[in-house]
Design a protein around this ligand. Structure first.
Ligand SMILES: Cc1cc2nc3c(=O)[nH]c(=O)nc-3n(C[C@H](O)[C@H](O)[C@H](O)COP(=O)(O)OP(=O)(O)OC[C@H]3O[C@@H](n4cnc5c(N)ncnc54)[C@H](O)[C@@H]3O)c2cc1C
Ligand code: FES
Ligand code: FES
Length: 479
């Protein structure tokens, strides 16, 4: 039975199928319809709700998620806040009032989700400037109001410094959260099970016993199989609470990122060491997606357009795998076999990812090109790593997403660069060699011709960003 805090009290959901989503439970079981369903695939933000959980510093932390792709079992032991919770004592919450004052709502379908994103933004404690606001709202679409009044409402929220009634309830909520007993597993009436592991050995044993079971981390990929009616799993094994798979830390010679660490959790440490990854990591989905999506899930999903695989290929990462009690490590370049097929054996899973530190003088550049700037999947993603030694390219690794059926390095391109003189002529030759490496396809995100031209131009851009650092390489103003 999944237990969480709703409306300030413990709430227990029993007899739910493993694939029940939070949105389905709210709307279909509780008939609590303030939270809307737009796309049912994590794209529009209409279903945004906020989860409260205790941090290591004994504080409450609020994060926005997409209820449509969050499995109910994963919110056990958390506080669930929906739009119905914001007003208090007959007064609207500042995030609601600001939307009214600034005329930020017309049809209103997107509005509850936008208000919940504003609420999470107001509670994030981060920089409350305009850029932070744009990031916080980047997972919410509105098709009638236009974003200007919504951003004005966000600015009003930014200016508010008075706190809200949630602040005074924090200690009480923490006490209630601590009283919830851990849950091993929840079963539905047909015996289909949602197993929540807290220990890595438990995951290994469960998967070894039932290799047909489905592992689930943030469920941002897996839930799409559910909402599209393709999946009715007998056994789901959730790894989101396995400590060893959640920890991100610097270890000897590099970073160890737990496979179940979310993008939100892993990003600060990654940026400490590779600040040039900032744009790529902050354009991964939306805040709601990054609060759930894990790096292990991104790698295991093996999408040709996933964003972390090119990063990990360019940084020469290794993956730590486990099956039963046996563990092995594999260079990430040997992990992807063919379209969405990996080197994982039946019953095997990813425990962590190790990323070695660069040599001091290495350059890393990462670019993601999409049709829409925010919350979109890459048409092409390129991550380049090289050093300049005696005015020649060295330690070259150039990895792409969106150019082949798997994320992969451009070997012909790399061999032109490696050891050659550090100039634009070499880059031009390497860009030409990309046609030996890749035969991309036409699809809804880009044509093959566009992808080919783009890949070469991204390589040039990486070089120019290093050699002409003061020139503006992005169009930011039009007209
Ligand atoms: C709206 C939206 C926007 C998105 N934007 C982006 C984007 O910008 N860039 C991008 O790259 N992706 C994007 N994605 C895809 C998705 O969010 C990522 O691939 C995410 O990292 C998957 O992680 P997860 O924890 O949610 O995986 P899950 O959905 O839980 O799992 C995905 C798959 O991996 C397997 N798996 C999970 N963890 C492990 C493990 N430790 N070992 C072995 N197998 C495992 C699961 O069994 C499943 O098959 C987006 C998705 C949505 C819905
Ligand atoms: S309904 Fe669109 S993101 Fe959930
Ligand atoms: S107010 Fe109609 S979609 Fe936003």
């Amino acid at each position: 039975m999944t237990t969480f805090i709703l409306d300030g009290a413990l709430h227990t959901a029993s007899d739910q199928c493993p694939e029940t989503t939070v949105l389905e439970y709210l709307r279909e079981t509780l008939h609590r319809t303030g939270t809307k369903e737009g796309c049912a695939s994590g794209d529009c933000g209409a279903c945004t709700v906020v989860l409260g959980e205790e941090t290591e510093g004994n504080k409450l932390r609020y994060r926005s998620i997409n209820a449509c792709i969050t499995l109910l079992g994963t919110i056990h032991g958390k506080q669930l806040l929906t739009i119905e919770n914001l007003a208090c004592g007959g007064n609207l919450h500042i995030c609601q009032q600001a939307m009214i004052d600034e005329h930020g709502s017309q049809c209103g379908f997107c509005t509850p989700g936008i208000v919940m994103s504003l609420f999470a933004h107001s509670k994030s404690g981060a920089d409350q400037g305009r850029n932070a606001l744009l990031h916080s709202l980047s997972g919410n679409l509105c098709r009638c109001t236009g974003y200007k009044p919504i951003l004005s409402a966000g600015s009003l929220v930014n200016m508010h410094s008075g706190g809200d009634h949630f602040d005074s309830l924090e200690l009480e909520v923490l006490k209630e959260l601590r009283a919830i007993q851990p849950l091993d597993s929840a079963e539905d009436a047909d015996g289909r099970e949602f197993k929540i592991c807290t220990d890595i050995a438990e995951v290994a044993t469960a998967l070894e016993r039932s290799p047909q079971a489905r592992l689930v981390a943030g469920s941002t990929d897996y839930s799409l199989e559910i909402t599209q009616g393709l999946a009715t799993p007998e056994l789901l094994i959730s790894v989101g609470r396995v400590k060893e798979m959640n920890t991100c830390e610097a270890v000897s010679g590099g970073l160890r990122i737990g496979a179940a660490a979310t993008l939100t959790e892993a990003t600060p440490l990654l940026l400490q060491h590779w600040p040039s990854l900032e744009e790529l990591l902050l354009r991964f989905g939306s805040p709601q997606i990054r609060n759930q999506a894990t790096i292990g899930g991104n790698v295991a999903n093996a999408s040709p357009v996933g964003d972390t695989p090119p990063v990990l290929l360019a940084l020469d990462a290794t993956v730590e795998l486990r099956k039963g009690v046996a563990t092995r490590t594999l260079p990430i370049r040997e992990f992807f076999n063919s379209y969405k097929k990996t080197a994982l054996e039946s019953g095997e899973f990813i425990v962590s990812i190790f990323i070695p530190f660069n040599h001091n003088d290495a350059t890393v550049r990462a670019y993601k090109v999409t049709k829409r700037f925010e919350d979109d999947i890459s048409a092409v993603c390129m991550v380049a790593h090289w050093s300049k030694v005696n005015n020649r390219f060295a330690d070259v690794r150039v990895a792409f997403g969106g150019m082949a059926e798997i994320p992969s390095r451009g070997k012909a391109c790399e061999s032109v660069l490696e050891g050659s003189s550090f100039d634009l002529q070499t880059i031009d030759r390497a860009a030409l060699a990309l046609s030996e490496d890749f035969s991309p396809i036409d699809d809804l995100r880009a044509s093959a011709t566009y992808r080919k031209r783009l890949a070469g131009n991204l390589l040039r851009r990486a070089f120019l960003a290093e050699t002409c650092p003061d020139s503006e390489l992005r169009v930011t103003e039009y007209g």
